[in-house]
Design a protein around this ligand. Structure first.
Ligand code: CA
Length: 399
């Protein structure tokens, strides 16, 4: 669907000679021996290894359009996936209950992660993880990060969890039914069935327990949900819509926040933050501490909402009630770059003009919107871009 913003060549620009790769690989082997990896593992995993051109290509690839909230949600939480998740939860109920009892993570969330990460074990990635990680560790762009992943991948093999030839995953080294990267595997994967191997590729007890162990260790609360869709009052102060601003539910209730159907918020003594991932024309959510745990798993707000929403749908709750905006199109990456460039020109601080609307860009956009008397939701939309162009043109004329 997404065309490439930049035409890519199939060659490996920063590689030089094949010889360089094998010299580099000798260094990896030396490091592995120093780290205590056995010679047998080093031989089985690294002998005759070649870089994969396609992996570098995928690492360089940038989508032309930014992802919108609705397109992402429609793709991730489909009717088919919800039905399948319910069926798989029922089939695996005894196991999921045991994992729940041990780690305190509700089954519907474990199944939601499983569904989003690998479509319930169906799409785990067909790349050799060692080969993909060696390619990316040799490439200059993120060499240190991927070298650490490669070393941990060797450790995982050396521990006897999986044979080098069976260690398959995504082009970026995300492995098995949960798509754990090796450093995450080393810290969080669990041998729940007690066969001596941590197997997130084929063993469901290990798959669910590893996910639950990760979530438990990053602060999951088994007695809370992830959050909920809410309705905002007409006089809502957009400045308080921020993951950084947490208030007790009673305080949000006082400020006019209600459940999506208009009912009062729960009276539970917990706090949460309001987020508007699509700006003032999209849905609003009140998110609790478990939302942060989901963000530790994957930093994407859209991913985190999709996990929570899928878990809700598995439990029988309905679709979101926010209306979809008509005529709103996704921004192109170059348009987000233009927003960033214009913000910088006007004296705001949006960070690098990288075409990705991260939190720094959104905070800067909010500041601009406030100054220009626009709805200050920090959401990079076509309207926001037009507003910036207008103000920048006026300023240029004045000078
Ligand atoms: Ca096991």
């Amino acid at each position: 669907m997404a065309a490439l913003a930049v035409v890519l060549t199939a060659s490996l620009p920063s590689y030089g000679q094949t010889n360089d790769f094998s010299t580099w690989l000798d260094g990896v082997k030396r490091d592995a021996r120093t780290a205590g990896i056995s010679q047998a593992t080093i031989d089985s995993a690294l002998t005759g290894l070649e870089p994969i051109a396609r992996v570098v290509e995928l690492d360089r690839k940038q989508p032309e359009f930014t992802q919108t909230f609705w397109s992402y949600l429609d793709k991730s939480v489909t009717t088919g996936r919800i039905e399948r998740a319910r069926r798989l939860l029922a089939e695996n109920r005894p196991l999921l209950d045991r994992v729940h009892a041990r780690y305190g993570v509700q089954p519907r969330f474990l199944v939601a992660f499983w569904g989003l990460e690998s479509n319930f074990g169906e799409h785990t990635g067909g790349y050799s993880v060692i080969q993909a990680l060696a390619t990316l560790a040799f490439d200059a762009r993120r060499a240190a990060f991927f070298r650490a992943q490669l070393m941990d991948a060797l450790k995982i093999i050396d521990e006897g969890n999986i044979a080098a030839a069976d260690m398959r995953g995504s082009w970026a080294g995300a492995m098995g039914q949960l798509q754990f990267i090796p450093t995450t595997f080393v810290s969080y994967a669990v041998d729940f069935d007690g066969d001596g191997r941590r197997d997130i590729w084929r063993n469901l007890p290990d798959v669910f327990a590893s996910a639950a162990n990760f979530l438990g260790r990053v602060g999951w609360r088994g007695d809370e949900t992830w959050g909920r869709e809410v309705r905002l009052p007409a006089d809502f102060d957009w400045d308080v819509a921020s993951l950084k601003i947490r208030k007790p539910l009673a305080e949000w209730q006082r400020l006019g926040i209600r459940r999506a159907d208009g009912a009062d918020l729960p009276t539970a003594d917990i706090s949460g933050a309001i987020i508007v991932p699509m700006g003032h024309n999209g849905p609003a959510f009140l998110v609790y501490r478990n939302f942060d745990a989901i963000l530790t798993w994957n930093r994407s707000i859209l991913y985190a909402v999709a996990v929570g929403h899928l878990a809700d749908r598995i439990a029988g709750l309905g679709p979101l009630s926010a209306k979809r905006p008509t005529g709103e199109r996704p921004l192109k990456r170059v348009e987000v770059e233009e927003i960033q460039t214009l913000l910088a020109t006007l004296g705001f601080n949006p960070g690098d003009a990288d075409g990705i609307a991260g939190s720094q860009t959104r905070v800067a956009l909010k500041a601009f919107q406030r100054q220009a008397n626009l709805v200050a939701d920090g959401y990079p939309s076509v309207k926001a871009l037009e507003g910036l162009r207008r103000v920048a043109a006026e300023k240029a004329k004045a000078n």
